[in-house]
Each structure stands twice: as C-alpha cells, then as structure tokens.
Design a protein around this ligand. Structure first.
Ligand SMILES: Nc1nc2c(ncn2[C@@H]2O[C@H](COP(=O)(O)OP(=O)(O)O)[C@@H](O)[C@H]2O)c(=O)[nH]1
Ligand SMILES: [Mg+2]
Length: 442
C-alpha cells in the first residue's frame, strides 16, 4: 500500500540527506522530485500544485537548525504537510458507530461494497470484543440488479457468523422497508445495508439510493471507492455527494498496484474523511485510515503502529507477556523461540509484515520469500526436537542433528542456521536489555 510513493520519497530523502546544506537550489530540486512523484502516483495536477505551494512556503520560511541534517529537516516538514493534507478531522482517528443505528454502503458495481460490508461487520465485532462486548449486527442487501449479489453477502455473513436477513420483497423500496422492520423488531444494534451499484454513475440508481436513504435514515453512510479507478473515482464521489451525500469514504484494493493518488485527490477535493482502506480480499483486510500513519508510511518511515495493532489483535497478550518476561530475564529458550515464530506466523506472511516495518520495505520479494521459507523450515525443525534439546541446544551433537534433520526433512546445515539465528536473537535481547527497553512485539 502506497509502495510507489514510499519508494519515490525514500529516494528523494536519501538524496537530500547526501547534501550538506539546505540551499535554495537543493530545495527547488527536491520539490521538483516531490512533484514528479505525486504526478506519477496519479494525483491530479491541481492537487499537486496546491500541495507544493504550501510545502515550498513552509520549507523556505524555516531556518534549519544547525544540528539537523537537511534531509531530516525536509522529511519533518513534508511529513507534517502530508498529515495535514490527508487529515480532515484534526486527529480524530476512528469511526465510531452509534447503537442502534443503520449504516449504508454505496458505490459503483465491483467497487468492493459487499466485501467491505463483511469486513466492517468483522471489524465492529472485533472492536467490541476488545471491550468484552458483543454487538448484535444485521447484514442485508437490496442489490437486486446483479445476479447472486444477495447470495454473496449471505455467504460472507455465514462465514463470519453475523446475522443475515433476506427479504422476500422484490421491489427495492418494499424490501428496504421490510429489512428495516426486521432490524427494529429483532432488536439489532447495527444494520449494515448493502446497496446496488451500476457500472457507471446513473441517475436512476442515485434517485433510488436517495429514497432508500430517506427510508432508513442512516447514522453513517460510506462511499466505497475502488482505488484502482484513479482520478475517475473523484467524479464518482462528487456525484454521490451532490445527490445523496455521504459521511466518509472507504478506499478499496489499496493492495493492488494502485499508486495511491486517489487518496490524495479524494481528501483534497471532497474534504471528507477516508474512514478505512481495504487491503485485500479477506475479512480482516481492512485498516483504519490514520493520516499520520499513512504519511509515515509514504515517507518510508515504516508503519509500526499498524503492525502493533495487528499484533495485538492476533496474539495472545498473556502468552506474549510471558515470553517478553522470559526474554528480559535471559531465560529465553528454543522452545520460546518456536512460540515466537508461531506468533509471527499468525500475523501473516513476512511480505505483509515487511510493508509495515522501517527499512524492510527495501527487501526484495525474493529475500522475503526466502525468509518465509526459512521460517517454515525452522518450525519443522523445532517440532522435531525434544524438550530437552530445545532447552539446552548445546547437547545437539551430530547424531542428534542427523535425527532431527530426518524428522523435519531438512539437513544439518539448516539446523545450524537456526541455531545461529537463535543466538543472534538472544544477543538482540541483551542489547535491548541494556538499553532498558524492549519492543513488545518482537
Ligand atoms: N485485492 C482486493 N480485492 C478486493 C478488495 N475489496 C474487494 N475486492 C474484490 O473486488 C471484487 C468486487 O467486490 P464486491 O464486494 O463484490 O463489489 P461490489 O460489487 O461493490 O459489491 C471482488 O472480487 C472482491 O474480492 C480489496 O481491498 N482488495
Ligand atoms: Mg455487491
């Protein structure tokens, strides 16, 4: 996500860092590079021009602190500007739903509405369970234009164990009323209503949506935009806003090779928040759009916060704390190492994790794939070892290694690699211990 811009910007910043001073010439060159990067990322020209005017005023209006490297100074200003540009709410991070209430999801056909509804329901459930709560959510669809569109939502709802209601009414407005009654009488807390899209913005669709909106009075309405549609998504958003109005946008398919320009354009032209971004086809591929984090990611500063959030969701806190304590006390064994690998596995593929980590964005796909394979081999080796061996790896002589290699389908060389990595991670822990801090997820 935002890989394209992130790559461009890290190039510019590295270039800047190589300069001894922040001269007018350097600044002008850097600004031209920023401009080109944004244009190539499909950000509309007028948006780029305005962004650059703001940026250059700020850069030239400031004197560089003597101790600050020109690159660091520049990155600081660009970061602040990006945040301001992407932020509409002044730092308010999360969408909050009201209970009970209706949420509508609109957008063109294929933009990702149905998929996103499942993701939203899953997200609400997860957020609630963090506070030991359960939310009574109902999903329903009035997309009668596309064959099997309603079935698609039903299948997704079943998969994530969320209630789904199918109206017997064939008329869109009658079905809407019926669904609304079911929501009320069933004492649900949240109704997320899937609506019909078309291939293009079309007046009948908009009129129908307008009436539906009146019937259910949503507390929040989302416009789903396919980030791949680039600048065209702006016209779509404008039209929906003019005729129906919506509260915030969800940009989908940010995992595809879109260059991220849609986010800038949308924020600039519509002035409304981007609530979430979709980053894949699975139900948990939905992330809150936090401008600060996005700016950080674009500038290649890594998005450690997102990763921590993901980690917190997927990893058993208790297990993690115990492991961290063991690490800090120096009693970290291969057994613990195995558990740690298991936890990293839960976070997803290394490729996915890497995009959040500073520096790792520059690892090639081959290196990441290599890492992924290595992790799988390590897990196999660890599961072929006895408790005692995991506790005291120093007893691993060649005959033991031979046995483990056979059991895990590996060889002595890979086992030695594992032992080396384990030693390295112990060294790391020692270093962190000296520094008096330890990053909780690693
Ligand atoms: N890669 C990717 N695919 C997505 C994302 N969101 C939706 N899709 C896919 O886009 C296609 C259309 O999605 P769907 O929810 O049916 O769109 P709808 O017509 O607006 O309801 C499906 O194949 C989805 O799996 C996303 O964030 N990333
Ligand atoms: Mg659909």
């Amino acid at each position: 996500m935002f890989d394209f811009l992130s790559e461009k910007f890290s190039g510019i910043l590295t270039w800047m860092k190589g300069k001894g001073t922040l001269s007018e010439k350097n600044i002008a060159d850097a600004l031209t590079q920023v401009k080109n990067a944004l244009l190539q990322a499909d950000v509309p020209l007028n948006v780029v021009t305005d962004f650059l005017t703001e940026l250059s005023q700020e850069v030239s209006g400031q004197t560089v602190h003597k101790k600050l490297n020109p690159g660091d100074h520049f990155i600081k200003i660009v970061h602040a500007r990006l945040v301001k540009f992407l932020d509409s709410t002044g730092g308010q991070e999360k969408v909050t739903f009201h209970y009970p209430s209706v949420v509508t999801v609109m957008g063109l056909q294929g933009s990702g509405k149905t998929t996103t509804i499942a993701k939203l329901a899953y997200w609400v459930t997860k957020e609630a369970s963090k506070r030991n709560k359960k939310r009574r959510i109902l999903l329903a669809s009035i997309d009668f234009y596309r064959p099997a569109a309603v079935d698609q939502l039903e299948i997704l709802a079943n998969k994530i164990k969320i209630d789904f209601y199918r109206s017997n009414q064939t008329d869109v407005l009658e079905a809407t009323k019926d669904i609304y009654t079911h929501f009320k009488t069933g004492r649900y807390e949240l109704l997320i209503l899937d609506t019909a899209g078309r291939l293009h913005v079309d007046d009948r669709m908009l009129e129908e949506l307008k009436t539906v909106t009146k019937l259910v009075s949503p507390k929040h309405s989302f416009l789903v935009l396919d980030a791949m549609t680039g600048q065209e998504s702006l016209n779509i958003a404008k039209k929906f806003d003019e005729v129906i109005g919506f509260n915030s946008a969800i940009l989908t398919k940010m995992d595809s090779d879109t260059r991220g320009g849609a986010a800038f354009a949308f924020r600039y032209v519509l002035g409304k928040p981007i609530a979430f971004v979709g980053s894949g086809e699975k139900v948990d591929d939905l992330e809150s759009f936090v401008p600060d984090r996005v700016a950080t990611r674009i500038l290649g500063m890594g998005d450690v916060l997102s990763l921590i959030e993901k980690a917190e969701e997927k990893i058993d806190q208790h297990q993690q704390e115990t492991l961290t304590k063991r690490m800090m006390s120096g009693k970290f064994t291969l057994d613990d190492f195995a558990q740690q690998l298991g936890m990293v596995g839960k976070l997803g593929s290394l490729q996915k994790i890497a995009q959040y980590l500073p520096g790792m964005g520059s690892l090639s796909p081959d290196q990441l794939e290599q890492g992924q394979k290595e992790m799988a081999l390590f897990k196999a080796i660890l599961s072929s070892m006895t408790r005692k061996e995991k506790c005291c790896p120093q007893i691993l002589d060649s005959s033991r290694k031979q046995r483990i290699a056979q059991g895990s389908g590996t060889n002595a060389q890979i086992i030695n690699q594992l032992l080396q990595k384990f030693e390295q991670s112990k060294q790391f822990v020692k270093m962190f211990r000296k520094m008096g801090k330890f990053p909780s997820i690693f």
